[in-house]
Design a protein around this ligand. Structure first.
Ligand SMILES: [Zn+2]
Length: 256
């Protein structure tokens, strides 16, 4: 990469990410009964309630990733953290939305337009959980939740051929824009797995940002790290995750 392109990339990253520490974005999946949960992707509504109460008690408010990045870009990100819910489980409407509203929080919901009204068939173990229908996704959007794409069908993009990579990114975005009638800015890599080819495909599909889990050297607007938050995360652990995350990451100025 030439120094000119590199500098433009850095400037673009700073414009999207804002300056200062890496944005703190929590990763949730399902909200409901977590008694049979081998992948540990479920938190109970009561636990989510306690976690959001804890955040608010520390003068932090959970918002969608688009809202977080926009606030940081204008230097107003202090006190905001991102909240994301992957896979688009149907329990989001009844179990997560009321809790988010109680604590004046919003969130980004990453859904699979190739599995509308389906189940989490990509997980070989564990209970089948229903996914939102098109109508359910529209209801979440109307309630102020940002709808992002999690691909079409939950494919590991680092193993996808060129055609699959393009359809999972570009077609899922087009379908969701049609379904919601709103622009779709965010993407979330299935399994959190990204490589440079997947990052390039997501950017070319027109997304403004993308969430991973631990993107390492790929870090940037299209490979944002997230912190797993589970049923066992009570206040002290959440606090440590918040602190460690800020200490562990290099600032955006160091981005390559
Ligand atoms: Zn997922």
């Amino acid at each position: 990469m030439s120094s000119c392109v590199e500098s433009q990339t850095r400037t673009g990253a700073t414009a999207v990410l804002g300056s200062g520490p890496v944005p703190w974005i929590a990763m949730y999946h399902s909200v409901g009964d977590c008694s049979d949960d081998p992948y540990r992707v479920t938190v109970s509504p009561a636990r989510l309630d306690r976690q959001l109460r804890w955040l608010r008690g520390r003068r932090l408010r959970g918002v969608s990733v688009t809202e977080l990045l926009a606030a940081r870009a204008r230097g107003a990100g202090h006190g905001l953290v991102g909240l994301t819910f992957d896979d688009g489980y149907a329990d989001f409407l009844d179990n997560a939305l009321p809790v988010l509203a109680r604590w004046q929080c919003t969130a980004t919901l990453f859904v699979l337009p190739g599995r509308l009204g389906g189940v989490n068939a990509w997980d070989p173990l564990g209970p089948r959980k229903p996914l939102l229908t098109a109508d359910g996704i529209r209801r979440a959007a109307e309630a102020g939740v940002e709808i992002g794409s999690h691909g079409l069908t939950h494919v590991d993009l680092t193993r996808a051929d060129d055609l699959v990579l393009k359809t999972e990114t570009a077609e899922s975005r087009a379908l969701l824009e049609e379904l919601t009638g709103r622009p779709v800015a965010g993407f979330c890599y299935p399994y959190g797995r990204a490589d440079q080819r997947a990052v390039d495909a997501v950017r070319e599909a027109g997304y403004g940002y993308a969430c991973a889990i631990d993107p390492g050297g790929l870090y940037g607007p299209h490979a944002l790290p997230r912190v797993y938050v589970g049923q066992n995360d009570v206040a002290v652990r959440l606090y440590l995750k918040h602190r460690l995350h800020r200490l562990r990451r290099r600032p955006v100025e160091g981005l390559r």
